[in-house]
Structures are given as C-alpha cells and as structure tokens.
Design a protein around this ligand. Structure first.
Ligand code: SF4
Length: 355
C-alpha cells in the first residue's frame, strides 16, 4: 500500500486504494487487531487533544485504521466526538502537509510519502480558485467563504480582507489553514453513518472505551466556581437576556439553566439569579431547574455542545477561544484555568455578602 495514502487517508485515492484491496471492514474488525487497536488510538488521542497519536510503521494498518476509526465514531454517535475527531485528523494533516510543503520547497522535489500543494488543491477542487501572487496567494471569494466560514477571529472576516476582482489575498500560512479546514470538512462528511450490527458487535469493547473517555472529558469534570465574567459568550448573552426580562425559547432556557447547574449552582441560587426577570415565575423556574438537575427526573442533563447551540441560534459573539473548543463547559474550564486564582471572585460570595 502507498505510504502517501497511509499518511493522508482522507484522500480520494486512499479511499479507492481501500476499495481496491477489496477490504471487507467486517473481516478487518474481526480479525485484524492491529488495525482496530490503531483505530481506537486515533479516536482516543483525538479526545485527549493529542492529534491522532503516533502513526504505525505498517502503512496497511495505518490506512485501514482510518475507516475503522470512522466506524467507532459513528457507533458512538455523539456530535461532540465527531467534532473532536475531525479537528484532530485535520490538525495532524495540517502538520504533515506543512512539513511536506516545506521539504518540497527546499528540495524542489516531492518525497514519495510527501504531498505537493498542487495535489492538495486538486484534491479539494481548488486549482482554479487559488493562484500564487508574490509571496502569497489569491483565493476566489466563493472558495474563501466556503473554507473560512468556521474560522473565527476578526482577520478571517471578509470585511477585513482586501477583496479585489473577486479574489481574497492570503498568506502562505493562511492558505494552509484554509486547506486544514477543507480536510476537516472532508473528514466530517458522512459522519455518523449506520454501522451494520455485525461490525458494531465486533468493536463493542472499543466503542465502550471511547464512550468512557468521552464521559471523562474535561467538559464533564466537576466545576464549582461561578464567575460570570468568564462565562462563554453564548451563556453571557442568555444570562443577559434573562436579566433584562427577555422571553427565552425553551431550548435557550434549557441551555443556560443546564450550564448554571453544571458549574455548581443550586436551584435556590439560580432562582435568585433569574429573579430580576420581569416575567420570572419562581415555581416554574424551580421545577425546570430541579428537572434539569435530575432531582425530579431520571436524568441529569448537561448543557448542549457548541454544535447544538449553533443549530438553535444560541451560539453568539464567538471569540478566539471558541475556535478551539467544542463545548461551552470546555470554554469555561479553559478560562478558569487561565485565570489568576486571586482574581476569581465567586458570584455566590458577593451575593451572600449583599444579603
Ligand atoms: S462556540 Fe460554543 S462556547 Fe463559543 S459562543 Fe458558541 S456555543 Fe458558546
């Protein structure tokens, strides 16, 4: 098997190589432990924020572990896992093609395992949309918008670009970031898919390991600190809306309440926080909060992941940190970790001092 395909398993040619091998995934997951182990490593490393883990020497194991990793991600079927996984595959690809492209420039030749810029552009149908100009490139505005849409940071907004003749100027590094996005979208495409029962049964152990790792993710770790200044922008906006008396849709109210319970607030404290809302109904708030907390229901609900917040229109005012996380709890935890201990003023201390 071609080492290039093992290095970049999301390429169309790699998919064809897998098909040509007439590889039956059911047989692979049943008999090829090395492939399944590497697939599990790919996904667990993605959750640990370690890319997809170190590659195996055997290109066959490395290549086949990619479709098997997709099986695991599909079998677990959690949006947050798909996001983590696709980002990790894309980050690793970005590291690898950055190294390849630098080698190519230096040696003016492409190593057998390396990829050239032209190949990447061809792969993502960008040949006609990207042209070199001076030290950088010009990207057709359509392609630019398609690839930059999920990139956050003022510099990616079209209004901050010197758009001319339907083209957007980008640097070398920015073009690679856009290509990383193209890889992420490619990896996410088609996930999750229906996993046939026989295959799902064969990877039950691996799926359980991934589920466990997912449940141990930072976002579910115990937090008991309430510092509204460090809340993610979406939750700040929802809290502001509540405190200014706006009516919130059910999904928005659910999101902010689940967030507040997850960071350690009691029902009484949440009721106090909502009390300023003119349309506040204490009884309903208590009932909903206890329900979300799992006191009057069989489930303790977690706040929705960013993908769900986005789909409901609750994801607003994103900032740079939002680009690196997939869950509002992860955002808050990051901000808490970066904050100076002495500056962390818990809202509850002030609230009780005011009583
Ligand atoms: S990206 Fe996530 S944390 Fe940031 S505003 Fe959107 S939903 Fe909130």
């Amino acid at each position: 098997m071609d080492r290039l395909h093992a290095r970049y398993p999301f390429l169309e040619a790699a998919r064809e190589a897998v098909a040509e091998e007439a590889v039956d995934l059911a047989t692979v997951v049943e008999r090829d432990r090395d492939v399944v182990d590497r697939a599990r490593e790919r996904v667990l490393a993605a959750l640990d924020g370690e890319g997809i883990g170190p590659p195996r020497r055997d290109p066959r194991v490395e290549l086949l572990s990619y479709p098997v990793a997709r099986v695991l991600v599909s079998a677990v079927d959690e949006r947050v896992l798909i996001r983590y996984y696709a980002r990790a595959e894309a980050a690793t690809a970005h590291e690898r093609f950055t190294a390849d492209l630098e080698t190519t420039t230096e040696l003016k030749s492409v190593e057998r395992t390396g990829i050239a810029l032209e190949e990447l552009l061809r792969e993502f149908d960008l040949v006609d949309a990207v042209r070199p100009v001076g030290d950088g490139y010009r990207v057709g505005v359509g392609a630019y918008l398609r690839l930059a849409t999920d990139l956050w940071g003022e510099e990616w907004r079209l209004v901050n670009r010197a758009l001319a003749d339907g083209e957007v100027p980008v640097t070398d590094g920015e073009l690679r970031t856009l290509l990383r996005e193209a890889v992420r979208v490619r990896v996410e495409e088609g996930l999750p898919f229906d996993v046939p029962d026989a295959i799902a049964e064969a990877v039950e152990e691996e799926t359980a390991a991934v589920r466990e790792a997912l449940s141990e993710l930072d976002l579910t770790r115990e937090i008991d600190t309430v510092v509204p200044e460090l809340f993610p922008p979406c939750m700040t906006a929802l809290l502001d809306a509540i405190q200014t008396g706006e009516h919130l849709e059910h999904h928005s109210r659910f999101a902010i309440t689940a967030f507040l319970t997850s960071i350690g607030m009691t029902t009484d404290e949440i009721v106090d926080l909502y009390r300023v809302n003119a349309g506040f109904g204490e009884e309903v708030t208590r009932y909903q909060t206890d329900h979300i907390r799992g006191e009057t229901s069989p489930t303790e609900y977690s706040p929705p992941a960013c993908a769900t917040m986005q789909s409901y229109g609750d994801c607003v005012n994103k900032d740079d940190l939002c680009e690196r996380i997939a869950h509002p709890m992860a955002y808050y935890e990051n901000r808490l970790e970066d904050a100076d201990e002495d500056e962390l003023e818990d809202w509850r201390e002030n609230a009780s001092a005011d009583d």
